[in-house]
Design a protein around this ligand. Sequence first.
Ligand code: SF4
Length: 701
Amino acid sequence: MAETIRTTCAYCGVGCGVLAAPQPDGSVAIAGDPDHPANFGRLCSKGSALGETLALDDRLLHPEIGGRRVSWDDALGTVADRFRETIDRYGPESVAFYVSGQILTEDYYVANKLMKGFIGAANIDTNSRLCMASSVAGHKRAFGSDTVPGTYEDLELADLVVLAGSNLAWCHPVLYQRLAAAREKRPSMKVVLIDPRRTATAGIADLHLAIAPDGDTALFSGLLRHLFEADATDGDYINTHTSGFDEALAAAACFDGARVAAETGLAREDMKTFYRLFAATEKVVTVYSQGVNQSVRGTDKVNAIINCHLATGRLGQPGMGPFSVTGQPNAMGGREVGGLANMLAAHMALEDPGHRALVQRFWNAPRMADKPGLKAVEMFNAVADGRIKAIWIMATNPVDSLPDADAVAQALRDCPFVVVSDVVAKTDTIRHADVKLPSTGWGEKDGTVTNSERRISRQRAFLPAPDEARADWWQLAEVARRMGFGEAFAYGTAADIFREHAALSAFENDGKRDFDIGAYQDVPDADYRDLRPFQWPQGRGAQPAQKRFFTNGGFFTADGRARFVALRPSGAAMADEAYPLTLNTGRVRDHWHTMTRTGKSPRLSAHMAEPFAEIHPEDAARLSIDDADLVRVESRHGAAVVRALVTARQRPGSVFVPMHWTAEFAALARVCALVAPVTDPLSGQPASKNVPIRLERFEAG
Ligand code: SF4
């Protein structure tokens, strides 16, 4: 009988527990872990199909330089030498790491330590920048820290769940299943969906607000004004636990019914229904995701939502709070170890000299980055203009996933030195690598991930590392050793790194920092191996782990008060005469990112066989486009040819195209090539939901 291993799903930020049982015929049986508190045995289609994605046929199995197989020693020596030479000649700001929410916390920790504490620059950023950076920035503005206050259980306990810019049914399916099950048990629970599209999630919604792209700030600012006028704010809470309410309310004064209707495109009656429901319901959770975050005003949208929860005192209590759900399995773990260009390890702030000194002391680091590095889009702009001369890309495919993707490809072609660590041999990114490093994949690697409710779970190896594939943290530590930083990177196992990470979280932490897993700083190897999922914070002696933050205020600002943010109107619409429609990009149910894994499963590929553009019937009729026609979608940055799907689920004027297909799967379907490289000024998150485009029927030849 094969041993069954408890591990964690490799896909979305719900972070479901998985039971993996290797079979004698080489296959792996997959089931949901009934004891994991994220999913209690449930899995979605992607999680259930994990066993179908483990074949080695497309794997990168040996290090290569210039397309030739080489030894690990040669590959690592070349990476260390070229990075060292580049730094010596052009300074530490001339090199960069671009990593991923797919790597484990231990990998992230070592990458961040090497770049910020030993190379001495902060040019490490992650593809998680594309998924949740606006939530991070919004949390910090409001709470003084990047803290998710609530838990998944709050969705089940709420009387009203507002889903803003979140297709939970397809993008976080098990959390959706939990919500649907709770609603079935308690039919009085209400669900409001705020999304330009009538997505699968609308199936559970009592009210669907088909909002205009980027109308969220107006909608929630109008709600703040309504809450005050309806006497539904909590004066005691505001006075005791917050600051800035009067300024935020004054800024919201301009959001009267007419203005909100104009900015959101919603019927006044629907807005009023939503406002009255929110005002009258004590237990409200507002879940938000990429539809809120991926915007030039993403951080403002997040704060518009948080403002309404602060005004009503609805957070930190069962069934209440703003709740950001992350796209990737370890977007949250990356935040914990500072895997973003503007953060330090253990949720400390790069801009805080005290925090920088503390981390430097703990690492015994020779130098420390003292200013934020380049965020994802800026980083590839710097590759393009020659400021970055050596880049190491890990477990991600920016040539297909970053905005203005053709320019990213050109930047990598021109970059003097590109290293790519990945599990797969062929991606549109790895073809530009001077050095290719084979990484271990899901089922082969060991470490931890953190899900959207701050729950840390183990990913465990249940398969041997194939051929010469090695863990990402090992690759980084070996390069660090060859660069002369060996002592600080003498890790034997992932457990060694986890203990150091836990110790840093507790180091000189007097309770004024949110992230603390100090209870685990001396965890023995056997206990790390058997680690059960737990939520942070879990400092030494703290029993049990804390489910919710801010139950009695206690925010991480200097005065301990949460901050309201005064928000201005959104400004002009993105579409213009030359590009009169707007493109909204997103996920489909059964594919993940650029399909490097889900594309291997015929079962998953059968759900949506090809890329498509969802077009409202009015737009289709005006442009003489019939259902199933091929259409050319064009922006100022690129073009794609996909199949038309004419549907009233789509909002007039807006076109949805999924993000997954690459040149390998469908020629001319790289939708990220169309996305403008414009970002939120605070978070650096690209605006992938509101891109001006034009559309026409495609005539072959
Ligand atoms: Fe995996 Fe997310 Fe599906 Fe859970 S909901 S099985 S974490 S993809």
